[in-house]
Design a protein around this ligand. Structure first.
Ligand SMILES: Nc1ncnc2c1ncn2[C@@H]1O[C@H](COP(=O)(O)OP(=O)(O)OP(=O)(O)O)[C@@H](O)[C@H]1O
Ligand SMILES: [Mg+2]
Length: 263
């Protein structure tokens, strides 16, 4: 099997991002719901999603995976391991691990794919460093959903799909683990998304909103990175996608998710 890692410079289009999300969700569904002894993956994050040439996602790094609870147990008690920015709050607080921790992490990754932001980004202003914290107020707001969307889509994302994906991500990162969906439900919800074609770029509403937004940004000129990204000229290079840990990582990229063939 050839597993490919990622790096590259072109932002991935909507259909491919959603294909990757779907593939990764299927991987977690398999571990949680389709094997005899359920497994909690525990370290679900972008850098552990490997892609092949067709963007089929494979989960790597089972080093932290745990057998799920057996019998009447509701959780496994563990030392809290995993990656900051992806672990569910109740797991961080109590060490009680359930598959709902993976669901939370999946929500974070889905948000990374939608927003183009990293789960933790210290180069951003206070209040924007933790992706979930930044996104939360916008997650339930259907009218302002586009503020979450990666500016590098340049409007080439499905409006219905974006709303649906945001809704899924919001469920996954629910503070209450019981409110989080099963991964099989996430798979079902994600299935239609890669193929949706109601692109925001062709909607009059989105275009006028975008124009108004760049005007505000021009006026504000406060150097905020996200806003700056909205004014990025088409075809501007420097969209390096590298691993999350890379010091040169672009603040807007979502790490580990664009193809760069290795062997
Ligand atoms: N089989 C592989 N083929 C190509 N690239 C890989 C492979 N395994 C890992 N990588 C890439 O190498 C880098 C380092 O991976 P590694 O698993 O050591 O760290 P990580 O994923 O950032 O953190 P963690 O140790 O929590 O998994 C990551 O960017 C990862 O995507
Ligand atoms: Mg890894």
């Amino acid at each position: 099997m050839t597993l490919l890692y990622v790096g590259g410079s072109v932002p991935l289009p909507w259909s491919i991002r959603m294909k990757i999300a779907l593939g990764a969700a299927k991987g977690l569904t398999f571990l949680h719901e389709e094997v005899q002894r359920p497994v909690i993956y525990r370290d679900f994050k972008t850098s552990n999603i490997l892609l092949d040439a067709d963007y089929n996602a494979k989960l790597s790094d089972f080093g932290l995976a745990k057998d799920g609870p057996v019998g009447n147990d509701t959780h496994v008690s563990t030392r809290v391991l995993g990656t900051h920015g992806y672990a569910a709050p109740e797991y961080v607080m109590t060490g009680h691990l359930t598959s709902k921790n993976d669901v939370y992490s999946f929500g974070v990754v889905l948000l990374e794919m939608l927003t183009g932001r990293r789960s933790m980004d210290k180069s951003r202003p206070n209040g924007e460093r933790n992706l979930v914290q930044w996104a939360r107020p916008l997650l339930g707001d259907k009218r302002r959903f586009y503020r979450l969307m990666d500016p590098r889509f340049e409007g080439h994302f499905s409006i219905k799909g974006a709303q649906k994906a945001i809704q899924i991500a919001a469920h996954c990162v629910s503070r209450d683990p019981k409110a989080r969906p099963l991964m099989s439900e996430v798979v079902e919800a994600l299935k239609p998304l890669p193929k949706l074609k109601d692109m925001a770029s062709s909607s009059y509403y989105f275009q006028s909103m975008q124009t108004a937004r760049s005007r505000t940004i021009q006026n504000a000129k406060n150097g905020n990175r996200t806003q700056a990204a909205f004014t990025t000229r088409k075809g501007t290079p420097a969209r390096t996608v590298s691993s999350q840990t890379s010091a040169q990582a672009s603040p807007n990229h979502y790490p580990g998710l664009s193809p760069q063939p290795q062997t």
